[in-house]
Design a protein around this ligand. Sequence first.
Ligand code: HEM
Length: 510
Amino acid sequence: MTYLNQYYPQLLSGLFCTIILCKLASFLRRRKRLRDLGCGNISHYPHKDPLLGYDLHRLIEDSKRNHLNVSLIQHLHTTYGRGKTFQALTWGLKTLYTVEPRNIQTILTSEFQSFGVESIRKAFNDPWIGAGIVMSDGPVWRNSRKILKPLFGKTLFADPYRLEHHLSRLLALIPRDGSTIDMQPLFWRLYFDAATELIVGESADSLLPDSRMDVPGFLSLMERALEGVQRRVTLAPILSFVPRDNAWTEACDKIHSFFDRYIDRALAEQKKSSQCREHATSQRNSRSTSILHELVEVSQDRRFIRDQLLSLFLPFHNASPIGIADLFFQVARAPGVWTRMREEVQSVGDVPLTFELLKSMRYIQSVIKESLRLLAPLDRILRHCSHDSVLPVGGGPSGSEPVLIQKNTLVEIRTSVLHREPSFWGPDAEDFRPERWLDHTLRPKWEFLPFGGGARNCPAQQMIMAQYALILAKFVLEFETIENRDDVLEFVDEYKFSKRSARGVQVAFT
Ligand code: HEM
């Protein structure tokens, strides 16, 4: 002991010197590597807490509470971005923020294998959603994508008319006397009915007075489950030490039981019909009206099927109603847009609003794109870098040199910032102006990504665009005007898994 005490100062200084030498060696190795690869240094956020970056974490969380999250991320990009790219820390993990289209293209296409999602999403979502398409990478993801992507190409699922009878019920609930109505909860119900019908083959019919299920109960379970995931993301580094969240587990279990009931029934039907071949063909034709019934044809694994169904149910029930509610929010504040859409639909006369016809309505299509540009419901594309990679831009004093992204770096692409970049969209980038899309010279590629891009883009994009066009066409035919009835004109954002209007969508129709 005395011996140790005697040499303690020498041991300590030896250890200190070793750490300094290791750091220096790593710095020199990295500098040489950057030089060999022609990469420049990336701009860094000036953290007060250089170990964990807790200062920025708090700033981001406060901005969400104060409805200023998009402005904060925009401010960070303007202040610290070089080549529209900078680096910061998230709980000690390097995080690359980029809104540079060339970098985004590289991350989502050519270097896509090095930028996955599994390590980010699975930890927070399992066991709520296990290995569904949105949670996995590699062969598991490829297999899910191979099974699910073609379904969205089928007329059966892409047909906007599957929404029509739900839409008629919604239209019947709109007051005709000019009184105020919040469209947000109505669109949630519309998409809840459409999602349950398309995914498990049986609509919840929440827009009818006598719905067959406890819709408010189920919706609050979903909220609870999503809040639980959000909480797990916030507590990421100490997750293993946090006591079990029983309310979250209970909500997840109840949602699983809801889906399992349908899955077990579909599996039993499938088994019966495969025993009787003749019966099978007729059954398949009548049953193949839902994603569940397509899935039982390729797998009998209940957990696999449930993970896929939940992966689809989540965006269907969440992103889709938010997107259309935000569209009405913006149109109600934009004089003249409603009338112009109405004229466009009326000009085609009394003919069926087919998919092709809706697609050819240039003004309506422009309104949808403009709304998704300013208020994309899923505005964060997150990736985890699994191998050192080089991105084309973001390094050096002006940000024009390539930049090295080290293994284990998180990547955040914020489309709400990308979609408002004045260097591409012009000085009126913040304004809702659908007419900009009628200009043939506007041809965004990696500057406009409301449905993501590359190998993992949204398989439901065409379906959603067609459904939104149908909803708008039916509404403008039914009502001459829409009027905003909210004193607050600005969009006040609220983050609950995804971004939505905290004040709903208060409007009146005449
Ligand atoms: C307005 C509505 C929607 C928007 C804005 C939207 C947006 C997106 C975005 C941005 C991504 C890419 C995420 C990433 O790269 O990390 C994505 C992926 C995905 N979306 Fe959508 N989505 C919508 C509706 C839907 C619907 C209705 C479904 C299913 C019924 C769906 C299914 C999916 C799936 C499965 C993926 C993951 C694809 C993969 O990882 O291979 N989405 N969506």
